[in-house]
Design a protein. Structure first.
Length: 142
């Protein structure tokens, strides 16, 4: 067994994962981050997307969808503080597609009064959920 670190993925509602891992991959605001044990301490923003946890030994990989948040890295502890966190297998494709369609309609209607930034954020979140669902299907059942 290689070196490990403790990983916590939590949202405002609940803790969704707590355990040891050999690697974690997260959607950082400036690009994807791969974190290994003894990583340099870091605090950064996360964008909507998929979090991959490579569990210890032959525990396989687990996937989660987050809607954004913060990442804190300490040498042996990684904490994902997500606005919303969902196991990838629990994502609802129909709801994500409906949210994407609604956001796209809002953005097309130039005459409507609405929060443009909010509509863009809703669209980005829905697209990230759909990508996570697609990746999950390509990998098989995770």
């Amino acid at each position: 067994m290689g070196m490990t670190m403790h990983v916590d993925i939590v949202s405002a509602e609940k803790e969704i994962f707590s355990g040891t891992a050999e690697m974690v991959v997260v959607p950082g605001a400036m690009g994807e981050l791969g974190i290994l044990p003894r990583h340099t301490p870091l605090l950064t923003k996360l964008k909507p997307g998929e979090v991959r946890v490579d569990k210890t030994g032959d525990g396989g990989q687990e996937y989660y969808y987050i809607s954004g948040g913060l990442l804190e890295i300490q040498p042996h502890v990684v904490t994902v503080l997500a606005d919303t966190a969902i196991r990838a297998k629990d994502l609802d494709e129909a709801a994500a597609q409906a949210a994407k369609d609604r956001a796209e309609e809002k953005l097309k209607d130039k005459n409507a009064e609405f929060d443009f930034a909010l509509a863009e954020a809703e669209l980005a979140e829905a697209v990230a959920q759909l990508k996570a669902i697609k990746r999950m299907r390509e990998r098989g059942k995770h």
